[in-house]
Design a protein around this ligand. Structure first.
Ligand SMILES: [Zn+2]
Length: 228
């Protein structure tokens, strides 16, 4: 059985009682959170679309070397194929969010298809990581009302990002690093990717920007409560 990262248990903002033993239902939002508040010089690093055995282990290694926790918005089909990496995220205290099963454009799907995409992913995360996700992120940042409603029913808060590294365009590790360092600020949430293509630049960039953020006095962490 995977260990539960109880110290990193997410706290939904508003509860309406448990849903199928998962996180409490959250209030329905009309837009995603874009950043954290009230955390001083704290920042969140998030990695989407994985896990991918070619890149995720290197990212985990860098995070561990600096004793830093991050968020991984996983796709259910990737999680199902890489259960060991989900267990490792649990053991190492990272937060796993829901990024749908197969990364579709949710705005083109029926309500029932959106529900299936999100529910199956929460199920596989629960089985491998040890608890259901408390956060979700729409593929391509394409949210709609049904996604917010269904996410809330499944006990998840919607989280977007503040700084987009655009690492998926493979602009070079130095450019990715520069975007993170330039965009750094209290409460900032950084978007990167650990899957979906060649992500070696994303790994190389992390090795450079993470120590720079820490040297600048940033506390790189995962959310527990308040986003705006
Ligand atoms: Zn994505």
């Amino acid at each position: 059985m995977p260990r539960k990262p109880s110290a990193y248990r997410l706290q939904p903002l508003t509860g309406y009682g448990p849903v199928r033993g998962g996180p409490a239902r959250t209030s329905v939002r009309h837009e995603p959170f874009l950043r954290m508040t009230g955390r001083g010089r704290s920042m969140v690093l998030s990695f989407d679309d994985g896990p991918d055995p070619r890149y995720t282990p290197d990212i985990l290694k860098v995070l561990k070397a600096h004793d830093v926790r991050a968020m991984f918005f996983v796709c259910g089909e990737m999680a199902a194929d890489n259960k060991d990496l989900l267990r490792r995220m649990s053991d190492e205290g990272h937060v796993v969010g829901n990024h749908t099963w197969s990364h579709p454009l949710l705005t083109k799907l029926s309500r029932s298809a959106i529900r299936s995409q999100m529910e199956r992913t929460s199920d596989v995360v629960e089985r491998t990581y040890g608890e259901r996700p408390g956060w979700f992120r729409a593929p391509y940042g394409a949210w709609n009302r049904a996604a917010f409603q269904i996410g809330a029913e499944l006990g998840m808060e919607p989280l977007a990002w503040t700084v987009d590294t655009l690492d998926w365009t493979t602009p070079g590790a130095r450019t990715i690093e520069r975007r993170v360092v330039k965009g750094a600020g209290p409460g900032v949430v950084v978007l990167g990717h650990d899957a979906g293509g060649d992500r070696s630049q994303s790994v190389r960039a992390l090795r450079e920007y993470l120590p720079r953020l820490l040297d600048s006095g940033y506390h790189v962490t995962v959310p527990r409560r308040q986003f705006t």
